[in-house]
Design a protein around this ligand. Structure first.
Ligand code: FES
Length: 148
């Protein structure tokens, strides 16, 4: 597949997640809730998770934002469901490396998120793509601080 075809494929994956978001909504009685906004535009995300024994059993999001931030949230919630919080943090680190143009490793469980790789070439949009992951990191740090 040449670069243009790959670019087109990635664009269609992003638009599919934007138009048909996975895991949109709220986890009732979720054990972890996080709110975060993108200070550069004011867009916001609300995450709820059901976490049992350190494993993310369910993950949902609500929010308002651009196609990049909302598709990233859809992909993130897909990727982390069924993962331990520690593995979700590792995924977040790899995603950040991808956004920074560093060497990264995307595993199969991480699903479609590599479709956002091209965002790394647009520094103004990187905060859009990382919003959901930063919210996940914030929630995890707060939760670990509260429970351990
Ligand atoms: Fe606001 Fe992308 S423009 S999150």
């Amino acid at each position: 597949m040449n670069f243009n075809n790959l670019d087109q494929l990635y664009r269609s994956v992003i638009m599919d997640h934007y138009k048909n978001p996975r895991n949109k909504g709220t986890v009732e009685d979720g054990s972890m809730t996080v709110d975060m906004n993108n200070p550069t535009c004011g867009d916001r995300i609300h995450l709820t998770f059901d976490i049992q024994d350190g494993v993310i059993k369910d993950a949902k999001f609500n929010g308002e934002g651009c196609s990049i931030s909302m598709s990233s949230a859809s992909m993130m919630t897909e990727a982390v469901k069924g993962q331990s919080l520690a593995d979700a943090m590792r995924m977040s680190q790899e995603f950040t490396k991808m956004m920074l143009g560093e060497d990264y490793e995307i595993t199969e469980e991480m699903g479609d998120i590599e479709a956002l790789q091209g965002v790394s070439q647009f520094p103004a949009r990187i905060k859009c793509a990382t919003l959901a992951w930063k919210a996940l990191e914030k929630g995890t740090v707060e939760k670990e601080g509260n429970t351990e």
